[in-house]
Design a protein around this ligand. Sequence first.
Ligand code: C2O
Ligand code: CU
Length: 499
Amino acid sequence: MQPVSRRGVLVLGGAGAASVALGAVGLSQRWLVPDTEVSGTDSGLSPVEGGEVVEPEVLRSQDGVLELQLDAAMTTHRLAGREATTLTFNGAVPGPTLRVRPGDTIRLRLANGLDEPTNLHVHGLHVSPEGNSDNVFLMVAPGDSFDYEYVLPGDHPPGTYWYHPHHHGTVADQLFGGLYGAIVVEGPSPVEASRERLLVVGDIALGSDGRVVQASMMDRMAGREGDLLLVNGQVEPRLAARPGEREHWRVVNACTSRFLSLRMAGDHDAQVLGRDIGVLGTPHDLGEGLLLAPGNRAELLVTVAPGEGALMTDPVDRGGMGMMQGSRPGGGGTMGLVVLEGSGESVEQPDSPPSRPGPRDLRGSPVDGSRTLTFAMGGPGGGRGPGGGPGMAFTIDGREFDADRTDQQVGLGTVEEWTVRNDSPMDHPFHLHVWPMQVVRDADGEVRDPLWLDVVNVPARSEVTVRIAFEDIPGRTVYHCHILDHEDLGMMGVIEAQP
Ligand code: C2O
Ligand code: CU
């Protein structure tokens, strides 16, 4: 088996100064893989890595209801093995995991202990975007609290979802600062596995004072990437299992802008069971790189081999702007997410999970309408940058976000085909609230098997075509680039579905 880094080494030589000089990539970290001598750690900022993985607290629904309070606050706590002052939900990064079933109701009190407005989005859930449900137009003032109620339909797709703030203008700051957590919608029967694991991937940049590093305008335009890559708030934590055991992993990309390209190093076998929404009919090999854009999730079935291996992420070239002078975001080299050690007595493998009925395929449905949305960058923006200074405009169909304008009117009960064009030199992951998207054509051509996502990456200077069934739930909500810095800079539009 391949050697895998036990001691990924973080070199953080004056990250602040570097980020000014280099723009976004100044925040990138360099992992030396495989095992390499420790050097350049004089900043004293080396994270402690390699601890046993710890999962966020789990809050479960009972008798169809999950009631909870989420306290958003600035907290000094231990993160990546050191003292850090970050934003937290209920004192932790990530916040608690909400476990529910189709048909359940979630009653969630959001208490805003921040010194700025916030709110909450339940990413991927097929629930109403109106009233006190998944309404991103609401604002919860500092010191206030708000009672959300989300009613999941009885046929809600099982899967891994997540929550994060969605107050336009500060979404990236608040998510990057530590405000995110997972939501699991359980299926009728659990995947046949020895155990389930939740791995919430985030990134953050901490200064020597343990506080979150502020992003520069260049960082924002590129989409900030933190130098600490976290899994459940830890750096490269370890998991142990017996050879032959099969595990069900739920992986969430909760990074603000960082793309992940997942791959298993070592002899462990990894199959992809599901993507953002629901399950795939037939699992496929994880192979040499499953792209998770910010917001995407993957469900994996991992069969443990003897010895050490790791879930890794390879760098993804997500394009760049001319003014970055050759430096592009998405660098930072290959990094370990979790190390998996297979040891002890081998166990008999459980039977392979039965293949499940695949998701629906909208390619058989008549299309009631089609439209094209064009993502672009350029020209002076509306001055939403730090200090209100001018920046580059991040637009959809030539316009920056305006909460009072409705950009797309669709008929409830219709199926539409949308082509999302990207005229810019950077990738933009397209996210639509409430209604999942079936990807029918991506930059590489037709997509054969039904693939349902709520974030679809649209690579630089290319286009992607999706089909959307606007059914069950009416209302007014948003679509946007899930590089959340781009969303804050204006790359967001408003959609309304009405009977
Ligand atoms: Cu996860 Cu509108 O976002
Ligand atoms: Cu973007």
